[in-house]
Structure formats: C-alpha cells, structure tokens
Design a protein around this ligand. Structure first.
Ligand code: TXA
Ligand code: MG
Length: 320
C-alpha cells in the first residue's frame, strides 16, 4: 500500500522516488496528479501503467517558473500574457514544443505541441527542487473521476504506487482549463478551473470553442501515422522493409530489413512504451517505404502500445 505523508514531511521521499524514475501522487490546486519526471520515458510509462490507461493520451508538463516554461514551449505575446495573468493556477496552455527541451515523446504522445501548467503550492516547490518538469495526469485509474483528496487517491491507486502526498482537499476541485494558443488565436480545449470569461477579459480575444480546427489528439485515427506504410503483427519481413521488433525472438526474414529497432529485447512493456514514438520516427527516417511491426502482446501497457500502432497503421484521412 502507498504511504500517505503530509506535505510538510513528504518532500525528501517524493524527491527520492522521482529521482529514481518512480511516480508520486501529489496535490495541486485543481485535483491530485500522478507525477513522474517528464524527461524520463520509463517514469512516464509508469504513469500510464499505474492508471491502467488503454491509450497514450498526451500529458500536461508541470513547471515551476517561466524560465523552465520558456525552455519547453514557444511562447508568443498572447501566451505570455495568459501566463502572467493566471500562473501559478488552474490554466494549461498548449503551445509549440521546443524539440530540444528534453521532454520525453511519451509525454506529448509524439505531438509537436506541449501542454504546460504551473501549479500552486507543493507541486511547484517539488519541481523547483527536482529541477525538472513533471508530467502528471489526474491521479485516478482510467475511467474513474479525478481525485480531490489523498484518501481517494490511495483507495484507487494505493496498491500500484509507493507515495501519496497529502495536501488536504484540493481547493479548486476540478481540472485546469486547457487553452491552445495558435497563430494569435485561442481555442478552448477543455473548460475547467479558470473561467473562460476571465481569459477573454485579460486577452481581449474570444475563445474559439468546439471542434473548429482543433481536435482532441488521438481522435484522428491516423494522427500519429509515419510517412512509411506500417504493417502490424507481421510474421515475415520482406527485403527493403524496416522492422519494429519486440522481445528476444525475431520473425522470419528479419536480416533483410534495412533498419531494425527493438522496442525491448527482454519484452519489458515499460521499456517498449518509452521507446515507441522515438523508434517509429527513427524507422520512418530510414527511408523504407514500409515498416513491419512484430506482434506485441496486449498485456498491461501492451494494450496502449497496440492502440497507438493500429492508429499509425490506419488508412490516412483526408488530403495531406
Ligand atoms: O488540473 C489538471 O489539469 C490536472 C492536474 C493534475 O494538473 N491534470 C489533468 O491531466 O487533468 P489529464 O491528463 O487528466 O488531462 C490532460 C488533458 C488531456 O485531455 C489531454 O488530451 C490534453 O490535456 N492535452 C495534453 N497535451 C495536449 C496537447 N499537446 N494538445 C492538446 N491537448 C493536450
Ligand atoms: Mg484525467
């Protein structure tokens, strides 16, 4: 069972766990978050594992100050204005990602944008002490509602994590508002703890709502499609194809592959999840017109890995 420690006693344990690539449930002003080092792929894979998420949805990267935020996202005058007005607080900004920032691709699910938020209280302090951003979805198992007390987190995830930091009931009680800032326009992706009207008042810019041009990531089947054709569950590799391998045993013909990346030699799902997006990109860059993927068992994180692979293999929608 997870240990529950009050905020004023939890800092050292939380830092030790996060430094070792483990996850910790922490209070924020909105809801409790399940936090892991956003630069460490295995830590981020553990988040998905603990939540039992059947999909790799992109996560919010939490930062402690503007310096860290600007190292990760590309701000423009509009997003800077929002950050000044509402951070720290219950507002998440979706901005273009700086590829060189070291954010692990599992955090963004391979997207070129990043969701950034600066939380109040313990979370901000923890990030400053760690010196790295924390990826943190709400600390609930997949399909359940977000937790607003440490006891609710422990009852739901207590058997799967080591530490819940208890900061009492979260003051806002619902998730952050998510706004995508793009070419001087604001799109409301999720209503939440910062009122839309307040955002419009501060910026003098109307918030676009609904599916106008911005779709929830992961909704488009082929959102993550590589340029090359992706073939799933292959039993044979043809000459000229690239191979996305999994586990210790290779399929027939693998020596003919122009490039091979193995998600995990030992068949470790956490390692495979952490490697997935980077390896798909790498094989795509090999120039092969087809990427053949070996079967990945659907256990544990394997379900989310297979979900992402089948989206990448789906017929391309619409004009490019
Ligand atoms: O209040 C909150 O926001 C809490 C606390 C812990 O910070 N976190 C939270 O995370 O609600 P989560 O993972 O439950 O929701 C994050 C949302 C998801 O709906 C995800 O699709 C969206 O943020 N998101 C993340 N990155 C995105 C991106 N690059 N573009 C669009 N949406 C993104
Ligand atoms: Mg959630």
């Amino acid at each position: 069972m997870a240990e529950i420690l009050p905020v004023d006693e939890a800092m050292d344990s939380a830092l030790a766990l996060l430094g070792a690539g483990d996850v910790v449930a922490i209070p924020t002003e909105t809801v409790y978050g399940l936090a892991g080092d956003a630069t460490n792929g295995e830590a981020v894979a553990r988040i998905f594992e603990a939540k039992g998420r059947p999909r790799f949805n992109p996560l919010i990267a939490h930062v402690c100050d503007m310096e860290m935020a600007e190292r990760i996202g590309r701000f423009d005058p509009l997003s800077r204005r929002l950050a000044e007005a509402f951070w720290p607080g219950p507002l998440t900004l979706v901005l273009p990602l700086r590829e060189e920032a070291g954010i692990h691709p599992l955090v963004t699910a391979g997207l070129s944008t990043i969701a950034l938020r600066m939380p109040r209280g313990f979370g901000g302090e923890l990030i400053a002490r760690l010196g790295r951003p924390l990826a943190a979805p709400s600390a609930n198992s997949s399909g359940r509602i977000s937790a607003t007390t440490a006891q609710a987190v422990a009852a739901d995830l207590g058997r799967r994590i080591r530490l819940v930091v208890d900061g009492g009931a979260t003051p806002v009680g619902l998730e952050s508002t998510i706004v995508k800032v793009e070419d001087g326009a604001l799109h409301l992706l999720r209503p939440g703890g910062t009122a839309a009207g307040d955002i419009e008042a501060v910026t003098g810019t109307a918030l676009a709502r609904g599916a106008t041009g911005v779709q929830a990531p992961g909704m488009l089947a082929s959102h993550y499609a590589p340029r090359a054709l992706l073939k799933l569950n292959v039993l044979v590799v043809n000459p000229g194809e690239a191979l996305l391998a999994f586990g210790p045993h290779r399929v027939q013909g693998w020596k003919q592959a122009v490039a091979v990346k193995n998600l995990s030699e030992t068949g470790d799902m956490r390692e495979a999840a952490a490697n997935l997006f980077a390896y798909m990109h790498e094989l795509d860059r090999s120039g092969a017109t087809t990427i053949a993927a070996e079967p990945v068992p659907a256990q544990g994180l394997g379900e989310a890995i297979n979900d992402r692979l089948s989206r990448a293999a789906a017929p391309r929608d619409g004009p490019a």
